[in-house]
Design a protein around this ligand. Structure first.
Ligand SMILES: NC(=O)c1ccc[n+]([C@@H]2O[C@H](COP(=O)([O-])OP(=O)(O)OC[C@H]3O[C@@H](n4cnc5c(N)ncnc54)[C@H](O)[C@@H]3O)[C@@H](O)[C@H]2O)c1
Ligand SMILES: N[C@@H](CCC=O)C(=O)O
Length: 515
């Protein structure tokens, strides 16, 4: 099978007159579909339930983007049974055959890019560039994992042994439960589902209620591929009712979770409580939160550092696991850099996502409350120099907020806020900056701004995070270019977008034939 070399999907400037007209048309078309009901999808059949959950537009919470059917435990039983049946045959298809589904899905997403972006703009509050990035990443995952699967099929080269044929091949695990978050509503969902499918597993997808219409659109795309019945089952529902039931189910072989530390740890516990009926140790991939940040020394290009720190802190309203919510600055340049950061952040526009502001709404009322509570906590922990205001009268808007002179041990420097709040602290040496950076329970992303080679090399060795960036922001990893995942309470470091990622969903089998 000849496949052209992998390339990341190109970024599009949607603000040109032609592109902007195309996107606005897509937004209008998507809005005309508001209020529809989306079914579950089990064993190749759409299933509409009486109980549905609305998904709202965070820029204008009076608008219902769509209603989504809600699975009960009975639906989960049916989905697991269907996935188990489908596994019998799907697991026997070739890596190449399964990769073809992914290539086709990538093309469909490419053809429908403006529409898929429009759903995210309206359901998730992404501005145009963030929505473009998300759809591109979904396409990248499809293209990249399809190629990785074809590579994996070759197995591992073994040491030749006289008189024997030895082979190690990768076989799938079984039925998996995939639980993505809402903040990369198409990208992470696509990456986590298709990595499991292309390796020969079958899947129950339980999306976040906050982006479940986007998830339903993904499932529609997968239906266009005519996957065999039971290979992908869509089971949105209330975690309190179906969450533990799914992750603790004895017929489930693995869980691929991306989300908060609290939920990830809970799922890990439930999944590893073995029931008598269970024949395996469940595998749990859990990619969780972060308290990421930048360390800046006295040699850094301060204008550039300020621009990158602002982008990392406030891009998508700070709602990225990689968001740079801490800036740790050398005392020699502290005042100058703080002034530059505040000046830049004060220029950011805030408004409804479809108007393409720099900063859109936060996702929902719960997030709004949590972030505004942290802003109140911050007022007691540092000096508020920007923002601090919020308005949820029509949508959930929080102004970019900056606290300076914060103690590194303060709650706003230790806990994930997941909103547009930046805490800044002063250090008296680069090494102290690295120590402060490392002093959280997380270990996801970090950035260093310095012109000194020895400082960068020191950081390379000592900064404890899964994704470390020198002289650039700590957000925006690209599939295949910067494989992504964190240490410690940031999760299992599964490294999404790496060639190794598919190994999370297979088990190697060695076969020896004696001649
Ligand atoms: N490390 C990464 O790659 C990465 C990427 C994106 C987001 N995140 C993290 O995700 C979080 C934001 O996403 P979120 O608010 O959707 O997270 P969340 O933990 O609240 O929810 C994640 C998913 O888990 C589901 N869920 C909740 N309780 C469950 C249970 N008991 N059983 C089964 N499923 C359950 C939710 O419905 C959702 O689909 C942040 O902490 C962010 O840092 C991490
Ligand atoms: N991979 C993304 C973060 C995903 C989490 O929210 C980034 O690198 O910014």
């Amino acid at each position: 099978m000849t496949v052209k070399p992998y390339q990341n999907e190109p970024v599009i400037d949607w603000t040109t007159p032609e592109r902007s007209a195309e996107l606005k048309k897509a937004i209008a078309q998507v809005r005309s579909q508001f209020g529809k009901t989306y079914p579950l999808f089990i064993d190749g059949q759409a299933v509409t339930t009486e109980r549905v959950l609305p998904s709202l537009n965070p820029s204008k919470h009076a608008e219902v983007v769509g209603h989504v059917s809600q699975a009960t435990r009975d639906h989960i039983d049916r989905a697991i049974a269907a996935a188990s049946r489908a596994f019998e045959t799907w697991s026997q298809t070739s890596f190449q055959e399964r990769a073809m589904y992914l290539f086709k899905a990538a093309q469909i997403m490419r053809d429908r890019k403006a529409e898929l972006m429009a759903w995210q703009i309206l359901e998730s509050g992404k501005n145009w560039a963030e929505a473009d990035g998300d759809v591109n990443e979904a396409i990248d995952f499809l293209e990249f994992y399809a190629r990785s699967a074809i590579e994996l099929d070759k197995g591992q080269e073994l040491i030749p042994w006289p008189g024997e044929d030895n082979r190690m091949m990768y076989i799938p695990l079984g039925v998996g439960v995939v639980i993505p978050p809402w903040n990369f509503p198409l990208a992470i969902l696509t990456g986590t589902v298709v990595s499991a499918l292309v390796t020969g597993n079958t899947v129950l997808l339980k999306p976040s209620p906050l982006s479940s219409v986007m998830a339903a659109k993904f499932v529609e795309i997968m239906q266009e591929l005519h996957l065999p019945a039971g290979v992908l089952n869509f089971v949105p529902g209330d975690p309190a009712e179906i969450g533990d039931y799914m992750t603790g189910h004895p017929d489930v072989r693995f869980i691929s979770f991306t989300g908060s530390k609290q939920v990830g740890l809970h799922i890990d516990e439930v999944a590893h409580r073995r029931s008598e009926k269970q024949r395996w140790i469940k595998r749990v991939v859990a990619e969780m939160g972060g308290k990421d940040g930048s360390v800046v020394d006295e040699t850094a290009d301060l204008d550039w550092a300020a621009a990158e720190i602002v982008a990392a802190a406030f891009g998508f309203q700070g709602q990225k696991c990689s968001a740079g919510s801490r800036a740790i600055i050398h005392e020699a340049v502290y005042d100058e850099l703080v002034a530059k950061i505040v000046e830049r952040a004060s220029q950011l526009t805030v408004g409804p996502a479809e108007e393409n502001p720099n900063v859109g709404p936060v996702i929902d009322a719960k997030a709004f409350q949590k972030i505004t509570q942290y802003i109140e906590i911050g007022k007691g922990e540092g000096r508020l120099v920007l923002g601090g205001e919020a308005d949820d009268s029509t949508g959930y808007f929080v102004k970019p907020t900056i606290f300076v002179d914060v103690d590194p041990k303060a709650r706003i420097m230790q806990e994930e806020i997941f909103g547009p709040v930046l805490g800044i602290c002063k250090v008296s040496s680069f090494e102290e900056g690295v120590r402060v950076f490392n002093d959280t329970e997380y270990g996801l992303t970090g950035a260093v701004f310095s012109r000194k080679r020895e400082r960068l090399e020191y950081a390379r060795r000592h900064m404890h995070c899964g994704n470390l960036y020198f002289n650039r922001r700590c957000t925006g990893s690209l599939v295949g270019v910067q494989p992504f995942g964190g240490f410690d309470m940031s999760g299992t470091d599964a490294k999404a977008g790496s060639k190794d990622y598919l190994l999370n969903f297979v088990q190697p089998k060695t076969v020896t034939e004696r001649f």
